[in-house]
Unconditional design. Structure first.
Length: 62
């Protein structure tokens, strides 16, 4: 995930795999590995603040 906007806040990605809770990731490289066929939900926000603008939670699969 690469956030190049200079606002002193990191963008965040919220990832939920198989309904097992949500993990939050910020800038950087994240080497993730999941078995195929699991439900996956992804949301990206401009920051982790209460005033952040977020995408809708996108449904997908691994």
């Amino acid at each position: 995930m690469n956030d190049a906007f200079d606002n002193d806040r990191s963008s965040v990605a919220n990832l939920r795999i198989g309904g097992s809770g949500t993990a939050q990731y910020t800038n950087g490289f994240h080497n993730l590995s999941y078995s195929e066929g699991k439900d996956a939900d992804l949301q990206v926000c401009t920051s982790s603040s209460a005033n952040a603008v977020c995408s809708p939670m996108i449904d997908g699969h691994t």
